[in-house]
Design a protein around this ligand. Structure first.
Ligand code: F6P
Length: 554
């Protein structure tokens, strides 16, 4: 069992593979990408991989064949493949919560057999998908009616973290596949402004709320759901709880919590504790998305996920794209002291993609003890950030080009614009893609002082106009943005995060770091109301609370 394997491991930074990589890094020194490209005219062709529809170009990475070989040796020595196989088999590799990690089962074909505690979970997965599909069709087709008999025109997903970011991101990504006559909105923030803005122009009689919460105890979600229920019942002229059955459904693992809230468990779409919140939008948590894009497109997306799952599970190390991306992140974190990783999509539809990845990556790998609780003495997960590329070019790219930090970046783009783009806008796509290609070129090769001077730039300005280059990027290019391609992209990042967690020997599937703030907020809330207990707070927080109470006239 993997827990035993993890416990027995030599600390990562004391393995011979780590030492070999350190030595290799020293030898690489300041070798410039210009030199690496000059030395190998085939580099741009050789350093590419394909997975499904995704063409992955990693030629502009600060690596050589030897780097890749050494990194793969590290992966072998740290048991990445063994842990991967244990995950796919349904072993309880989330060792602090003693849970299996089986988001891959959510997209397994109907005839697959994947067991947790001796039970095949695949039939239940498909039963829920079928139930979701039937419900989605009813809402889309207008057969599902609200309390007053009106058809549903607006769907509001109430959830937070993994119960929000995935469907909210995917809804944006797949906008051109959505039923445009249905308004789908997402509420996550406990700031009442979020719900206020989401419902202020909606008709309660035409609104369906989806309460999405794995645990059904998350305070933000339950608070917003209660407020939404009040808004609905008031808006329906004081209707009773029977209206709730027509306007509220729940997505959860906690049937008891759902029933306590007053939602009929017949209107609950189930998932399981072996689905992590940040790995859940292809479970019942994707119901809002399925209503928006329809069951067929949703299943296409699942097939895209599954394609990359199979690739990750079976492709040899030299062709394994998630393995490669994971190893590159380890390389920069450990040997270039990179603290951050940028994901820069050149598609407006991917505007929420990086925010989604922030939870996926940072909640998974933002850890500082190994699986057996020993403090790590190596870098773990990076700060993940980024927004759509061209906007970033006019904001923070200055730092990427001329700043002092190492920020490896992924560039994601699509050859074709979406099918329903207004014909008059199609021509803009070449300009978008020209920027996409130009930026990785500028980041990699820069502009030397000699090149700048040769343009007649005055000597004193030459240093300011010089681009050092040598900034590593990966380019991911697909023909077009389809539901399947979205599934492929998300699975690619899920498994990349997995690879890194396996190498760093951390539990990528728990999230204890979110707990302390929740406990303290619960303690502070009554102090805000009554002032009692303020003296137990530290002096800074006590001062802030006193000021807040004064500003609120308490
Ligand atoms: O507090 C963090 C977290 O537990 C995330 O891991 C999770 O995605 C989110 O809260 C929402 O949790 P739930 O789906 O149980 O409401």
């Amino acid at each position: 069992m993997s827990e035993t394997r993890a416990d027995a491991r030599t600390p990562l930074d004391r393995t011979p593979q780590w030492a070999a990589l350190g030595k290799h890094r020293e030898e690489l020194g300041d070798t410039h990408l210009r030199e690496l490209f000059a030395a190998d005219p085939e580099r741009g062709r050789r350093y590419t991989l394909q997975v499904g529809d995704l063409h992955v170009d990693y030629a502009k990475q600060l690596i050589t064949d030897e780097t890749l070989a050494l990194l793969r040796e590290l992966a072998a020595a740290t048991g990445v493949a063994e842990l991967r196989d244990a995950m796919f088999r349904g072993e309880k590799i989330n060792n602090t919560e003693h849970r299996a990690v089986l988001h891959t089962a959510l997209r397994a074909p109907r005839d697959a057999v994947i067991e947790v505690d001796g039970e095949n979970v695949v039939p239940a997965v498909h039963a829920v998908l079928d139930k979701m599909a039937a419900f989605a069709e009813q809402v889309r087709g207008g057969q599902w009616r609200g309390h007053t008999g009106k058809r549903i025109r607006a769907v509001v997903n109430i959830g937070i973290g993994g119960s929000d970011l995935g469907p909210a991101m995917a809804y944006e990504v797949l906008r051109s596949y959505t039923a445009r006559d249905l308004d789908v909105r997402f509420v996550s923030n406990v700031d009442g402004a979020d719900l206020h803005e989401a419902v202020r122009d909606l008709d309660p009689a035409e609104t369906l709320f989806i309460v999405a919460s794995k645990t059904f105890t998350t305070i933000e979600t339950i608070t917003n759901a209660v407020s939404a229920r009040d808004w609905l019942l008031t808006g329906l002229g004081g209707a009773g709880s029977e209206a709730v059955a027509k306007h509220f459904v729940a997505l959860s693992t906690n049937a008891e919590g759902v029933a306590d809230f007053g939602i009929d468990t017949a209107n609950m779409f189930e998932f399981w504790d072996w689905v992590g919140g940040r790995y859940s939008f292809d479970s019942a948590i994707g119901l809002s998305l399925m209503i928006a894009i329809g069951p067929d497109a949703f299943r296409e997306m699942l097939d895209g996920f599954h394609l990359v799952d199979e690739h990750f599970r079976t492709a040899p190390a030299e062709q394994n794209v998630p393995l490669l991306l994971g190893l590159l992140g380890v390389w920069y974190g450990a040997f270039f002291d990179a603290q951050a990783h940028a994901v820069l999509p050149y598609s407006h539809y991917l505007s929420k993609f990086t925010a989604y990845l922030q939870q996926l990556d940072m909640e998974s790998n933002g850890k500082s003890v190994t699986r057996d609780g020993t403090p790590v003495t190596w870098q773990t997960g990076p700060v993940v950030w980024g927004t759509p590329g061209t906007n970033g070019q006019h904001a923070y790219y200055q730092l990427l080009h001329q700043g002092t930090k190492v920020v490896p970046a992924d560039f994601i783009g699509f050859a074709a614009p979406v099918a329903d783009l207004l014909p008059g806008l199609v021509a803009q796509h070449d300009l978008l893609l020209a920027n996409f290609f130009a930026q990785t070129q500028a980041l990699a090769f820069g502009k030397t002082p000699e090149e700048v001077a040769a343009e007649g730039v005055p000597a004193e300005l030459v240093p300011h106009k010089t681009f050092r280059g040598n900034h590593p990027t990966t380019t991911i290019l697909a023909a077009e943005l389809t539901p399947s391609v979205l599934g492929q992209l998300v699975a690619l990042y899920e498994h990349k995060v997995f690879v890194q967690g396996a190498i760093w020997n951390i539990d990528s599937f728990d999230q204890w770091g979110v707990e302390l703030g929740k406990v303290l907020a619960k303690r502070i809330e009554p102090v805000l109301l009554t002032g009692e207990g303020a003296d137990a707070l530290d002096s800074s927080t006590a001062e802030l609370v006193a000021r807040y109470r004064a500003l609120r006239g308490r």
